[in-house]
Ligand binder design. Structure first.
Ligand code: NDP
Length: 266
């Protein structure tokens, strides 16, 4: 049996524009690690990417240059702001809106760890971690809320962690911050629903970045041993999921916490 080879009619040709062309995305903590991977992935798919950073100025400029100089429609622009500081976030919002107008997609990625058992955890250890992940997410989402609610297909994507679901010895502060993002996301999804915008959360497992490299070898080996797929995640795998949530295709997914962890909690 032969299969007739049919030529695609010209009017059905796929659009040549990239899926995120014309969309403006802001990624908090886009200078390094997962945030850098997300910035590159969204840029590769045509977005205008705002690369937020706190202190890694050179790294943020490097990632922005790589995106802008690549052979895609994507461009990128670094912008400094500590997400824990409402005044700096407000100044970032003004600068971004002056140059690019409203943003379409906010990725709340900035996060830190400050590991110690609960018995030894100081008030400062607790607050530093909660401040970046939770207060930073509050500050940025509130600053850009009107943009997200007003544009077509607005998106808020927050990067949580498998630790938010499982907890972990030495990470009560981090687990609290990361599981806080689950309830935040579900509530935000409900409040945004009548605007057509979505809010989702990604809960990655261990991913090779500076954050994981900082874990002592013997603990990292123990963590690795618990992963059914027998490896840590690649940054590109996390970034690919963010890109999917950022595109129009994902428009009926909202309020979800999506695991990407090699089967660690099966
Ligand atoms: P890295 O330590 O590699 O990078 C952290 C990024 O966050 C940097 O770009 C840093 O910017 C930025 N950042 C930190 N504090 C602030 C702040 N106050 N204001 C603005 N930016 C800030 O971390 P990862 O890439 O590993 O982690 C990224 C996210 O993914 C975090 O939310 C983390 O909790 C989460 N995650 C990571 C996992 C992993 O295994 N790596 C697993 C699950 C979740 P700068 O350098 O300029 O300070």
């Amino acid at each position: 049996m032969s299969i007739e080879q049919r030529k695609r009619p010209a009017e059905l040709d796929l659009p040549s524009r990239q899926p995120l062309a014309g969309r403006t995305c802001l990624i908090t903590g886009g200078s390094r690690g997962i945030g850098r991977g997300i910035a590159r992935e969204l840029g590769r798919h045509g977005a205008t990417v705002i690369v937020n950073y706190r202190s890694s100025e050179t790294a943020a400029h490097e990632v922005a240059d790589v995106i802008t100089e690549s052979d895609t429609e994507g461009t990128a622009h670094p912008v400094q702001a500590d997400v824990t500081d409402r005044n700096e976030v407000e100044a970032m919002r003004e600068a971004v809106q002056d140059s690019f107008g409203p943003i379409d997609i906010l990725v709340n990625n900035a996060g830190i760890t400050c590991d110690c058992t609960f018995a030894t955890m100081t008030h400062e250890d607790w607050h530093r971690v909660i401040d970046v992940s939770l207060h930073g997410t509050f500050n940025c989402t509130q600053a850009f809320y009107d943009d997200i609610a007003t544009v077509d297909d607005g998106r808020v994507i927050s990067i949580s962690s498998v630790i938010g679901k499982q907890g972990n010895v030495g990470q009560a502060n981090y687990a609290a911050a990361k599981s806080g993002l689950f309830g935040f996301t579900r509530s935000l999804a409900l409040e945004l629903a009548d605007t057509g915008a979505t809010a989702n959360c990604i809960a990655p497992g261990f991913t090779r970045t500076g954050m994981v490299e900082a874990i002592p070898d013997h603990i990292r080996d123990d963590l690795h041993a618990e992963i059914p797929l027998d490896r840590f995640a690649n940054i590109d795998e996390i970034a690919g999921l963010v890109r999917y949530l950022a595109t129009e295709e994902s428009g009926y997914i909202t309020g979800e916490v999506i695991d990407i962890n090699g089967g660690i909690d099966l």
